[in-house]
Design a protein around this ligand. Structure first.
Ligand SMILES: Cc1cc2nc3c(=O)[nH]c(=O)nc-3n(C[C@H](O)[C@H](O)[C@H](O)COP(=O)(O)OP(=O)(O)OC[C@H]3O[C@@H](n4cnc5c(N)ncnc54)[C@H](O)[C@@H]3O)c2cc1C
Length: 403
């Protein structure tokens, strides 16, 4: 199959999420014509990803946007694993990664900060177009091109492209229309995220800006993002969404976490289903998947969006090899192998293990896990390999070793 990225048919990107935007900007910066279709009327501002790992910041730096992104959030050089009952905590210092990354810290900022920056840059590029209120509804391909059908306020439209990237999230129309299985499972419980300006740090001595708090009865994650504490809890299966999102329920959970005489101010509340799924293929001919359309995982460890951005960069590099004549389209199968295998081996395994560790109910395994974290945080020889893995540096490096 011959792929001409500079012909009359642009690269089509479905979905202006962080992953689609990264691919769009990478290709547009190389002069490749791109069109990105977004179903919503404007960029979604849902509160999902807030943690950006070092290799992601390194990659976005190559696209010259890390500096601006850093200006929107908080640099977090250390993070903690805490035992809620004993108050003990393991504090991991990410500066031990200084020789492996230009950004030895996590950035805490909302995912929509990236999409806003990217779409603003694309607006100024004549060969890049972002079209809102365009819902991708179908995809077909032949030897020479791909045709994507979109629903727009003006009616249905067929658009031809050199290839299409499904950056259209977990419920991807591209994945469904290409009949690609999304194998895995959905947890019975939903996750509740509530944001509050209340100074939770006053209740937990030495609290970092990113904290995983284990407890056999009520674990949670505390993340600082733009002057708010974002608190993530699991919820009991079987309760209605209305009950879980009610003031009473949320106040009860927050009071259990940090006893307080008054009600907490709650600025946002959202309920999420949690899945562990990976697409069976990331490529069929001219159809490619990446980000949540290709894989979803629980948010413990902050790896979904980061892994998706790593997909986008890996794919863009391979497309540029095709463009330069250094590879033929078989290289896109290597994209599939590198990113799908690493997702299963690393992101899926690590996120499932993170959930098991934080929710452990047996007091003995709970205690052992906390001791392990504390031992490793206290010794750079142990914390470095741990941080190389959890900050996703290892997974990016290992993905390129897959042939
Ligand atoms: C509570 C929570 C916290 C999280 N925290 C983190 C974190 O800290 N770090 C991390 O790495 N990940 C985190 N994640 C995961 C992260 O949010 C996702 O992995 C990330 O949003 C995936 O990006 P994406 O661009 O692939 O898809 P999305 O962000 O879902 O974007 C898809 C885009 O496509 C559009 N779209 C959908 N269907 C169509 C269609 N048919 N046609 C056109 N457009 C369409 C949507 O409107 C959207 O703009 C978290 C998730 C949750 C739920």
């Amino acid at each position: 199959m011959s792929i001409n990225l500079r012909g009359k048919d642009p690269v089509i990107i479905a979905g202006a999420g962080p992953v689609g935007c990264t691919l769009a900007l990478y290709l547009a910066r190389q002069g490749i014509p791109v069109v990105m279709f977004e179903a919503e009327a404007e960029l979604p501002e849902d509160l999902r990803a807030s943690t950006w790992h070092p290799p992601t910041l390194d990659m976005l730096d190559e696209l010259e946007i890390t500096e601006e992104l850093l200006g929107t959030g908080l640099k977090v050089p250390n993070y903690q694993y805490r035992d809620r009952r004993t108050g003990e905590y393991a504090d991991f210092d990410m500066t031990v990664l200084s020789d492996a990354t230009r950004h030895p810290y996590r950035l805490q900022t909302e995912q929509f900060r990236l999409t806003r920056i990217v779409c603003r840059i694309l607006e100024g590029m004549p060969h890049a177009e972002v079209r809102f209120q365009c819902t991708v509804d179908n995809v077909a391909q032949d030897d020479a091109s791909v045709t994507v059908t979109i629903n727009t306020p003006g009616g249905r439209e067929d658009v031809r492209g050199s290839l299409v990237f499904g950056g259209d999230g977990a419920n991807s129309a591209i994945r469904r229309k290409a009949a690609i299985d999304f194998e895995g499972f959905t947890y019975p419980e939903k996750f509740l995220v509530a944001s509050t300006p209340y100074p939770l740090e006053e209740h937990f001595p030495g609290l970092a800006w990113v904290n995983y708090i284990a407890d056999p009865e009520e674990w949670c994650v505390l993340l600082r993002c733009n002057n708010l504490w974002r608190v993530l809890f699991p919820t009991p299966p079987g309760m209605s969404n209305d009950a879980l999102l009610s003031d009473d329920y949320i106040q009860g959970r927050l009071h259990f976490l940090a006893d307080n005489d008054e009600d907490f101010e709650v600025d946002h509340r959202t309920l999420y289903n949690v899945h562990q799924r990976v697409a069976k293929q990331y490529r069929i001919g001219r159809i490619l998947l990446g980000g949540d359309s290709a894989h979803v995982n629980n948010p413990l460890g902050g790896m979904g969006m980061n892994g998706g951005i790593h997909d986008a960069v890996n794919l863009a590099e391979k497309l540029m090899m095709i463009d330069r004549g250094d590879a033929n389209d078989d290289i896109l199968d290597l994209y599939d192998r590198q990113r799908r295998i690493i997702c299963k081996k690393f992101v899926q395994e690590q996120s499932i293990a993170n959930k098991k560790a934080i929710e452990a109910q047996d007091p003995e395994s709970h205690k052992k896990q906390q001791e392990k974290y504390m031992k490793s945080a206290a010794d750079p020889e142990l914390s470095r390999p741990f941080l190389m893995r959890t900050s996703m540096i290892d997974s990016v490096r290992e993905s390129y070793e897959i042939t």
